[in-house]
Design a protein. Sequence first.
Length: 305
Amino acid sequence: MNRYLLRRLGQAIITLIGVSMVVFLLTRMSGDPALLMAPQDATEKDIERIRLELGLDQPVHVQYVKYAWGVLRGDFGRSFRFDRPALDMFLERFPNTLKLSLVALFLAVAIGIPTGILSAVKVERGFDRFGKIFALFGQALPRFWLGIILISLFATTLKILPTSGMGTWKHYVLPSVTLAWFATASLTRLSRSSMLDVLDAEYIKMARIKGLPEFWVILKHGFRNAMSPVVTMLGLQFVALLNGAVITETIFTWPGVGRLIVEAIFARDFPVVQMCVLIASFLFVFINLFVDVLYAYIDPRIRYQ
C-alpha cells in the first residue's frame, strides 16, 4: 500500500506540473490584459507601463518560473483586475460553490442510486423502462438548456422561485437541480448496471435459498458488493460538480468560483484563472487517490502492491 501511495503521489505531482504549464501558456495566448486594463485614450507608452507593472514584459519561461516558485510558497499571485491576492478571491467564493455542490450531490445520491437499484430489481418492467428513459434524458440534455427552461417555467411563468442570486433555500432549488441533473442520470445508470451484475451472483441465489427477506438480500448482499464503482462515480461526480458549476453559476448569477472563472477569463485576469484551474486539478487528483484507497476498505479482495 505504501509503495502504491508513493507512486500515485508522484504521478499526481507530475500531472499538476503539466496542468500548470498548459494553463499558463494558454492564458498567455488568450490576449493581452494590458489592453483591457488601459483606458481608451491610453498611448503605447501607457500600455507598455502596465505590462511592466504586471511583469508581462518578461519572457514566458521567466514568468512561469516565478509563478511556480510563488505557488510552492503558497502565493498564487495578485489579481490584475482587482489588485488583490488571487487566493483570497477564491476563498471568498469557494464556500458558495461548495454549498451548491453539496446540495446537488445530495439530490443526485437521493434520487439516482435508489432509482438505479429499483430499476435493476424490476428489470424489464415499467419502472426499469422509466429509469432508463430518465437516465438517457439526464445525460443527453445540456445544463444550460435545462437551466433556461427551469427559469422560464418556475421563475418567469409560475413566479414561485427566484431567478438568480443566493439567500434563502428557494435560491438553491433551480441551480442545484440543474447542476445535479447529469450526476443523477450517471448514478442511475451505474447503480443499475452494478446491481444487475451482482444479482446474478451465486451468493445472492444462496441468500435467497436460505430464506432471507428480499429487502435484506438487496440491501446487504447486493448493494454492498455493488458499491465499488458507485463510490468511484461519487468521488468523480463531486469533483465534477465543484468544477462544472461554471455554466450553472453563470446562468443563475450564483456568486461562486465558476462565475469567478468566467469573469477572470473575460478580463484576462491570468493569476485568478491559473489558480482556479490548478486548485480544481488538485481536487480531481486528490479525490481519485482517496477513492482508490477507499476501495481497499470497501472490498477486502482488493490489494495494492
